[in-house]
Design a protein around this ligand. Structure first.
Ligand SMILES: NC(=O)c1ccc[n+]([C@@H]2O[C@H](COP(=O)([O-])OP(=O)(O)OC[C@H]3O[C@@H](n4cnc5c(N)ncnc54)[C@H](O)[C@@H]3O)[C@@H](O)[C@H]2O)c1
Length: 378
């Protein structure tokens, strides 16, 4: 099987590594030489480290490197069974690439995009054979994060969708089906983790460190919301929130925060610039002992919003309950699925929390998903 990947950035390089681990013929194409060279040397460093740690043997390391060829020439996609695109997030540029590709690959070649925020339908719209186009949305870093959201456009054939799902299983990933709606599953359901944390900060209820501590100590999350936003980059994280907000016709639930917008505008992007919510030139180990009750309150507010979002996602049939659970655990490392959490905390307690927030603020943001209310009665 021949797989061509477009874009030798972080995602394309990671996906190339996954495909070459399966001993497939892989071509990695980028419009510039520099990312291709960087990708090749990064891969060499990665496989050497995996061998040192005894995670893979030397033979597999050699195979992974040998199976990938690097090119700037789109014609090298000829004869591919699958083309996966992970280039810049721009509809026009993606459409131009796929239009050109249709003149190079056969009409049976499966075409896929790794887009995070564009609709699959809009990219597919320029194709002559639209039924073979789907979304395969990997998570960063792709070789380590098991989840792949498999997204069909309204024009995708059921065979193409099944093929994508089974292929991801063969590649030892965890595929889930998601509807072609903004943010798919993960980037929609995860919004309150950041948004409600920012809201709590903006209201002056607690500082960044306390909110992070609440989610880590009470919730068992590996990183708190502010640590995670600094890790992802405030520019990128803000952009995702803004895109989801606009794409859902300005639904108050996804309203971005000025605090994050200003950080992004100021270039305080997080770890990559040395400062975001935290200043990474300073010692971060300073001890604080926030009141336990406050930590519980913060956790309950954020987790209730997350659970509500998961129920809303199920309500709109964006994915099944099982796939929503898998998505949050395998795509963003949540310690538990949100429906499992609701059960543990008690659906009634979640509803009580949301009703309190709604009655206090009278904002659409806190409206309860009809499905959550139904679950209380069940
Ligand atoms: N970074 C993430 O966390 C993440 C996660 C999931 C999905 N995605 C999506 O994956 C895609 C790539 O993201 P990334 O973070 O790897 O980007 P990146 O900026 O690291 O890499 C993009 C690469 O594409 C190349 N490129 C641009 N236009 C091209 C063209 N016409 N032909 C060939 N190469 C071209 C660029 O030279 C660059 O090397 C985007 O659609 C993004 O939304 C990103």
């Amino acid at each position: 099987m021949k797989v061509t990947i477009f874009g030798a950035g972080s995602m394309g390089s990671g996906i190339a590594q996954i495909a070459s681990t399966q001993n497939l013929e892989v071509v990695l194409i980028d419009r510039s030489q520099q990312p291709l060279e960087k990708s090749r040397s990064n891969l060499n460093r990665i496989v050497n480290r995996l061998v040192e740690k005894n995670k893979i043997d030397q033979a597999l390391a050699d195979q992974i490197e040998k199976q990938i060829s690097y090119s700037q020439n789109i014609e090298q996609a000829k004869g591919s069974d699958l083309v996966l695109e992970a280039i810049v997030e721009d509809l026009n540029i993606k459409q131009t690439l796929f239009k050109e590709l249709e003149g190079i690959v056969s009409k049976d070649c499966i075409l896929a995009s790794n887009t995070s925020s564009l609709s699959i339908a809009s990219i597919a719209s320029v194709l002559q054979y639209k039924e073979r186009f789907l979304g395969l949305h990997f998570f960063n870093p792709a070789p380590l994060m098991p989840l792949v959201e498999v997204i069909g456009a309204v024009t995708t054939s059921p065979e193409c969708l099944n093929y994508g799902f089974e292929l991801m299983q063969n590649w030892k990933k965890v595929p889930v089906y998601a509807k072609d709606t903004p943010g798919f599953i993960v980037n929609k359901v995860a919004r309150p983790f950041y948004g409600e944390a920012l809201r709590i900060y903006d209201e002056g209820i607690a500082d960044f460190k306390t909110i992070d501590m609440a989610m880590k100590t009470v919730g068992g999350f590996r990183m708190g919301p502010f640590e995670l936003m600094d890790f992802i980059g405030n520019d990128i994280n803000y952009k995702v929130t803004e895109t989801v907000f606009k794409a859902f016709y300005n639904d108050a639930r996804y309203k971005p925060s000025f605090t994050q917008k200003r950080l992004a505008e100021a270039g305080l992007l997080g770890r990559k610039t040395g400062r975001g919510y935290y200043d990474y030139s300073l010692d971060q180990t300073e001890e604080t002992t926030p009141d336990k009750q406050l930590l519980e309150t913060i956790f309950m507010r954020i987790i209730s919003m997350l659970v509500n979002e998961a129920y809303d996602t199920l309500f709109w049939n964006i994915a099944t309950k099982e796939h929503i659970e898998l998505a949050m655990r395998k795509g963003v490392n949540y310690p538990k699925g949100l429906f499992a959490w609701a059960k543990e905390i008690g659906v009634q307690n979640i509803v009580d929390q949301l009703e309190q927030l709604y009655s206090k603020y009278q904002e659409e943001r806190y409206r309860i998903s009809p499905l959550l209310k139904e679950d209380v009665k069940a």
